[in-house]
Design a protein around this ligand. Structure first.
Ligand code: RB5
Length: 155
């Protein structure tokens, strides 16, 4: 498995901890985030990781800013991206199983490093379950592609 990881200035230490943790599990991690102490706009890392995921260059992405919100909002503007902010492992797991999330995000100001490791572990180990969930994810992709939803607009 190969993942991309990105962060802003708030999350450098957390990024390094999570990268090392994933690597200790045998996962290749490509760091496209900042490693400089100066202020860094989270949208840059969100966009970089999202483009790599959308292009299929990596199997998924991890994004960390102060809350996980700004960086995931930026990533979600890239077509094909489903970036989910998760502050606990249960939602992280179900975001993959039910929503086929391809990026996990969290906040370095919100969760501690041990909880962050559990969040990424549950997400990495989970698999999309398909079935009824596939229909719902397809609806999300339909909205993204057309700015319409037939189930609503064509009733
Ligand atoms: C940076 O101060 C902070 O706004 C950023 O890390 C993140 O929390 C934004 O969503």
């Amino acid at each position: 498995m190969k993942l991309a990881i990105g962060n802003d200035h708030v999350a450098i230490e957390m990024k390094n901890e999570i990268k090392a943790h994933l690597e200790s599990r045998g996962i290749e991690v490509i760091n496209v985030g900042t490693d400089e102490p100066g202020s860094f706009d989270y949208a840059i890392s969100g966009y970089k990781v999202a483009k790599m995921v959308a292009a299929g260059e990596v199997d998924g992405g991890v994004l960390i800013c102060g809350t996980g919100v700004g960086i995931s909002l930026a990533a979600n503007k890239v077509k094909g991206i489903r970036a989910c902010v998760c502050s606990e492992p249960f939602t992280a797991k179900l975001s993959k199983q039910h929503n086929n999330s391809n990026i996990i995000a969290f906040g370095a100001r919100v969760v501690g490093v041990e909880l962050a490791k559990m969040i990424v572990d549950e997400w990495v180990d989970a698999e999309f379950q398909g079935g009824r969930h596939e229909r719902r994810v397809n609806m999300i992709m339909e909205i993204e592609a057309t700015q319409r939803l037939a189930a609503v607009d064509e009733r």
